[in-house]
Design a protein around this ligand. Sequence first.
Ligand SMILES: Cc1cc2nc3c(=O)[nH]c(=O)nc-3n(C[C@H](O)[C@H](O)[C@H](O)COP(=O)(O)OP(=O)(O)OC[C@H]3O[C@@H](n4cnc5c(N)ncnc54)[C@H](O)[C@@H]3O)c2cc1C
Length: 105
Amino acid sequence: MWEALERIIPDIRDRAEVTLVGTPLTHERFLRRHRGSYGRAIAAGEALFPGATTPLTGLLCCGDSTFPGIGLPAVAASGAIAANTLAPVEKHLELLGCVQVIGNR
Ligand SMILES: Cc1cc2nc3c(=O)[nH]c(=O)nc-3n(C[C@H](O)[C@H](O)[C@H](O)COP(=O)(O)OP(=O)(O)OC[C@H]3O[C@@H](n4cnc5c(N)ncnc54)[C@H](O)[C@@H]3O)c2cc1C
């Protein structure tokens, strides 16, 4: 990887202040990833990742094993979905006293 980068930035090794090597073993050890993988692989069109709710009342899940799946944007969305499941927009509006305003539109 260094050699590939050096083709574009020849002195990159000298310019790097901190270098850390991560392998699938690192992911397995520190992130508890099965065999150091990226996460569940569910092919598009075959199935969907599970949603935020679980069979246990009050227990919600988010992260890359839940809908919409792997990757930071998807994980952030899964957190938003879990939060919205706990407190849907109608509840926010109710708290803000906006329900009447919306209702009159
Ligand atoms: C090498 C690699 C490159 C990636 N590159 C990209 C990329 O370029 N762009 C992108 O969008 N996504 C990328 N991803 C995917 C992205 O990093 C993950 O989908 C995302 O970080 C998952 O977030 P998460 O919160 O679900 O889980 P994680 O980020 O894995 O967080 C889970 C946390 O729980 C902790 N934990 C586990 N078990 C326990 C326990 N028993 N007690 C307490 N804590 C525990 C772990 O230590 C970890 O900190 C990459 C993933 C890998 C592995």
